[in-house]
Design a protein around this ligand. Structure first.
Ligand SMILES: O=C(O)CCC(=O)C(=O)O
Length: 424
C-alpha cells in the first residue's frame, strides 16, 4: 500500500490509500463520491498535462525547503532518548510489518564470468524471473574481494565517527549529491530517515586519484586512505555494474553489449549509510519505502540486516550475507526496457540496539543519454510505456525538485512536459 497526497492551492490536502501497482483504490477520511470525482478530475488534469507542454503541474511529493529554515539532528545524541522528534515519525499507512524472508536462489556469476554457457543460461533465467516479478536479485561470486568490502566499512566509519559539527562542515548542499547528510534534513522536514549518509560521485573515466583528492580536500590528509579504498571500491562496483548490465541485456533477449555503452562513462553515486540504533524503530525507518530513480543499484548490507523488499503484496526481509551484493532495478532501467522489468520497492528498517551500515552504489548513465528502449522491446503494437527523457532531466527532478518515492516516474513526465527546454 502507499499513500498518495494531492495538494494544490485551491484544494485541501487529500490522501488516498492505494495498493502498490494500483489494482484497486481504498479510501479514508473523505466522502467516497467526492473522492472519486476528484480522482477523475486529477486523471483528466494528468491527461491534459501530458498533451500540453504549457500546463502548470503540481508536484505532490515535492518538499524542498529554504535551507536555512531546516533543522539539523544529531542522531548519535538522539539515540539515547526514549522518544524521537515528530519529524522522524512515519504515517501509519507506511508502517506495515515484515511478513516473511526473501529466499530466492542467488545468481552465481562465476560461470558467467568464465564464459560457461550452461551457468550463463541459468543466471539469465534467474535474473529474468526476478526482474519481471519484483526487480530484485542477489549475486554471489561477483569478483569483489571480501577484504575490500570490509575496508570500505572500516574506512567510512572513521568519517561517521567525527564530531557532528565537523561532519556538518562538508554537508550535502541543496541540489548537490555529494557530502554528509544527517537524516536528509538539509532537504526535507517530514518523514525523515533515521540515518547519516556520506555520498560521493564517481565517473569511471576520471583520474585514478579522483576520490583521494575528493576526500583529502573535504577532510584533510588524514583521510587519504579512505579515498584510496573508495577509489578501488567504486572501480570494482563499476566493473560489476557493467557485468550486470550485460546479464540484463541477455535476459531481455538483446545483444549482451546493448546497455553497457550507456553506462561506461556515467556518473554513479556511492552512498554510505550509517543507521544508529533507534528506540522507536516501530514508527520510524532507516530508509522509507521507495524505488530508486537511477538505473540499477548495487547494495551491500552489513551483518545486522534490515533491507526489505516488497513483493507478492508483502514486505520480505533480505537476510544479510557478507558474500553477496543485492541488485535493485531502478526507474531508469525500467524505462530502458519498456517496463518489462519492475523498479524494486524497498526500504531499510532499524534496530533498537544495534548500529547498521550499508554501502549503496547507484548506477547512472551519462547525463545526456536519452533513455529509450530498443526497438526489440517495443511490443508488436508499437506501444511505448514511457516517453523519451534524458537522465540529466530525471536526475534534476528527483534530486532537486521532488522527493523520490514510489511513483517518481508518474510525477516526472507531467513535469517534464511542462519544461519544453528539457524535452528530447
Ligand atoms: O540500507 C539499505 O539496505 C538500503 C538503503 C537504500 O535503499 C538507500 O540508501 O536508498
Amino acid at each position: 500500500m502507499m499513500q498518495i497526497s494531492f495538494e494544490t492551492e485551491n484544494e485541501p490536502s487529500v490522501h488516498l490509500l492505494v495498493p502498490l501497482h494500483f489494482p484497486n483504490l481504498y479510501i479514508y477520511e473523505y466522502d467516497t463520491i467526492f473522492l472519486f470525482s476528484l480522482l477523475f478530475y486529477k486523471a483528466w488534469q494528468f491527461f491534459l498535462t501530458m498533451s500540453s507542454s504549457s500546463t502548470l503541474v503540481s508536484l505532490p511529493s515535492m518538499e524542498p525547503k529554504d535551507e536555512n529554515t531546516l533543522q539539523r539532528f544529531n542522531l548519535n545524541e538522539l539515540k539515547r532518548q526514549a522518544n524521537v522528534p515528530a519529524k522522524f515519525l512515519w504515517p501509519k499507512v507506511d508502517l506495515v510489518g515484515t511478513e516473511g524472508v526473501f529466499d530466492e536462489p542467488l545468481v552465481d556469476l562465476e560461470g558467467f564470468i568464465k564464459g560457461d554457457e550452461i551457468a550463463t543460461a541459468n543466471a539469465i533465467d534467474l535474473v529474468r524471473a526476478a526482474c519481471t516479478t519484483h526487480g530484485f536479485f542477489q549475486v554471489i561470486n561477483h569478483g569483489v574481494h571480501a577484504h575490500l568490502i570490509q575496508a570500505a566499512y572500516r574506512e567510512i566509519d572513521t568519517v561517521f565517527e567525527l564530531p557532528f559539527d565537523r561532519k556538518l562542515g562538508f554537508e550535502q548542499k541543496l541540489g548537490g549529491y555529494a557530502g554528509f547528510s544527517s537524516a536528509h534534513a538539509e532537504r526535507f522536514s517530514t518523514n525523515l530517515p533515521w540515518k547519516e549518509t556520506f555520498s560521493l560521485g564517481y565517473r569511471g573515466t576520471d583520474s585514478d586519484s579522483a576520490l583521494v583528492d575528493y576526500f583529502t580536500s573535504a577532510l584533510g590528509h588524514d583521510f587519504e586512505n579512505v579515498g584510496r579504498v573508495y577509489q578501488k571500491y567504486c572501480e570494482k562496483m563499476r566493473e560489476l555494474s557493467l557485468m550486470i548490465m550485460e546479464l540484463l541485456a541477455l535476459s531481455l533477449g538483446l545483444d549482451g553489449s546493448y546497455y553497457r555503452k550507456f553506462f561506461e562513462d556515467g556518473t554513479s553515486v556511492m552512498r554510505c549509510n550509517y543507521y544508529p540504533p533507534c528506540k522507536k524503530s516501530d514508527v520510524t525507518f532507516g530508509t522509507g519505502p521507495h524505488c530508486d530513480p537511477n538505473s540499477i543499484t548495487l547494495v551491500h548490507q552489513d551483518h545486522v540486516g534490515g533491507l526489505e523488499i516488497f513483493t507478492g503484496d508483502k514486505w520480505l526481509a533480505v537476510p544479510p550475507r557478507q558474500d553477496v551484493f543485492a541488485v535493485n532495478i531502478g526507474d531508469t532501467f525500467m524505462a530502458f526496457c519498456n517496463g518489462r522489468y519492475k523498479s524494486c520497492v524497498h526500504r531499510a528498517i532499524l534496530k533498537e540496539e544495534k548500529v547498521r551500515r550499508s554501502l549503496v552504489y547507484f548506477v547512472n548513465p551519462k547525463e545526456d543519454v536519452v533513455v529509450r528502449p530498443p526497438e526489440d522491446l517495443v511490443d508488436l503494437d508499437s506501444s511505448r510505456v514511457y516517453p523519451d527523457f534524458t537522465w540529466a532531466s530525471l536526475f534534476d527532478f528527483a534530486n532537486n525538485r521532488y522527493r523520490a518515492g514510489l511513483q517518481t516516474l508518474q510525477d516526472f513526465f507531467p513535469w517534464l512536459s511542462s519544461q519544453p527546454k528539457l524535452l528530447t
